[in-house]
Design a protein. Sequence first.
Length: 480
Amino acid sequence: MLYFLSFVVQVGLFVYCLMIFLSYLLMGIRSWKVLQHHKQSNTNIDFHSFRQNPFLPSISVVAPAYNEGLTIVENIRSLLSLGYNNLTIIVVNDGSKDDTLEKAIQFYDLEIADYYYEYRLDCKPIRAVYKSKNRAFKNLLVVDKENGGKADALNAGLNISYSDYFACVDVDCLIEENAFEHLIFPVINSTKEVVAVGGIVWLNNNSDVFHGHMVKLKVPDKFLPRVQLIEYFRAFLLGRTAWSSINGLLIISGAFGIFNRERVIEVGGYNKNTVGEDMELVVRLHKLMRQKDIPYEVAYVPTPLCWTEAPDTRKVLSRQRNRWARGTAETLLMHKDMLLRPKYGVIGWLSFPYWFIAEWMGPFIEAFGILFTIIMGLLGYVSGVFFACMLTLVFSMALFFSILAVFAQEKFFNRYTEPQDLRRLFFTALLEPFVYHPFTVYWSLKGNYDLFIKKVHSWGEMTRTGYAKKENSDKTTAQT
């Protein structure tokens, strides 16, 4: 009986691995074609010419800030440098306990303004709205409110905003100068209603940053940020590029994306009952447009437009991955009625099953497979041939997708100019399945345990290194 059970489970695990590998292969092929087409079709487009066009849709940048005193001045400076013509910057201080608000007031010469707004979306009380006395910062609004979490802060920003579209931007991110010209292009170029547009988010750990601008992009020195960089390549260059090409994208990064403001208000804004508010909102927008039978698009721009700082300690990274796991589970359960439903098209038949099996259940299946193989191996029910085949398949699958993602970055963007960068990324990809991936599985399992057993719903604090240490080298770079 144990022989039969062991055989059935082994075959099941092998088939599961083959299915995942096949899905990765198809995504890789699809995304490669999309990236090629995107590069060719955008070669002759002068996005800078969009800058002063008064007829483009207006955009509000809503940037929640909680305990961002280390980087708030540079972050706001970066946002103010964006050249889009009809742009409002709304920084929401979500009850910070540090000097975030004080630094913003002092540096940008802010004062309380008589500003009209309505509570169209539920959020914690807004204490004050600040505007600058300096005309150079006339498009800057700083909102001070009681702490309510990121989703609550975003809803507060939407209550303040009057723009056609709004951008959800993490305040610690650095945005490319012409980022919104790129993001608005699918909106004005589509025959369908574009309810959301995402862009590529990359990491800037150890990079040279000067006055909110990327001076020189570098591969991170530490292993943890470097292996996360490869993850970001896989997710943004290959995964999301492929899904968006069939209008099956379920998530736009909470760090960077634009949304149709009225559609978001129509669906009730950001959900404060989940830590995966970015993914949950996108799924709710899909559901709304499908139920109303309105032709629509959730678009994606496969161009690096946003830079953020990755966690560089295992403690902070574990909090992030724990939160991601809980957010995924919460979103899929909230909208389980979309699974395999014909009325939801690609989302119901393809996106949801993939996220359910590969993203949510994947860590459980991996952990079970490892434990099962070890126990049955000790009992003599697992052959060495099977173990070697499984190990080779899993390692090859991980390495193939990582190398493909790194190569895609090199071919289509070539942002890393040092010769040793590719070597470092390659050796990091070799180590990832054994040194790093087991931790991501554990953190995902821990996130599900915290959600369903411990009933944890908090976001968890994310500490930042900030740009203070980078400024000296940035100034030197800028002067040479």
